[in-house]
Write a protein that binds this ligand. Structure first.
Ligand code: ZN
Length: 161
């Protein structure tokens, strides 16, 4: 079956994020860090976030993962930089719906390039690859909220859910 023009466009954008990931690297000044693993695929991501005032001012990721997890992390950092933690949590929720095919179409634009990962809903085994970086951010934001202070690098495996 031939890919539609839209699917070809989506594929091109995803490939671009995979081969030229945005915000890749380490953020020395981060006040939130986490390492999250996806054992089903072998993806490992270290996410570094700087929250200043009420905004996420910087986000960077490192680690190694498949093309979907890398593209998703790149897209995630692009869309959350400049947002408040609350706005970012809203976007995380929207992305988790997107990959299950449950996000209303009129909300897809909120997610920027990440909306192009909607096709992953057809490949359930890859959904965790796509959500890894978003769940990493969610954990950082929740812990910052709970503690009201800096959190250090923790290693966790992505549980089945
Ligand atoms: Zn993966």
């Amino acid at each position: 079956m031939a890919l539609s023009r839209l699917e070809n466009l989506y594929r091109a954008v995803i490939l671009d994020h995979t081969s030229h990931p945005r915000n890749f690297g380490v953020l020395e000044e981060a006040n939130g860090r986490i390492e999250l693993n996806n054992p089903t695929c072998g993806d490992v991501i270290q996410l570094h976030v700087l929250v200043e005032g009420d905004r996420i001012t910087k986000a960077r990721f490192s680690g190694h993962g498949c093309s979907i997890s890398t593209a998703s992390a790149s897209m995630m950092t692009e869309v959350v930089i400049g947002k408040t933690p609350k706005e970012a949590q809203q976007l995380i929720g929207e992305f988790l719906l997107l990959v299950q095919g449950k996000l209303p179409a009129d909300q897809e634009a909120d997610l920027g390039d990440a909306s192009m990962l909607s096709g992953v809903q057809k490949f359930p085994a890859r959904i965790k690859c796509a959500t890894l970086s978003w769940k990493a951010l969610e954990r950082i934001l929740l812990k910052q909220q709970e503690s009201g202070m800096e959190i250090s690098l923790e290693k966790e495996d992505l549980a089945d859910d």
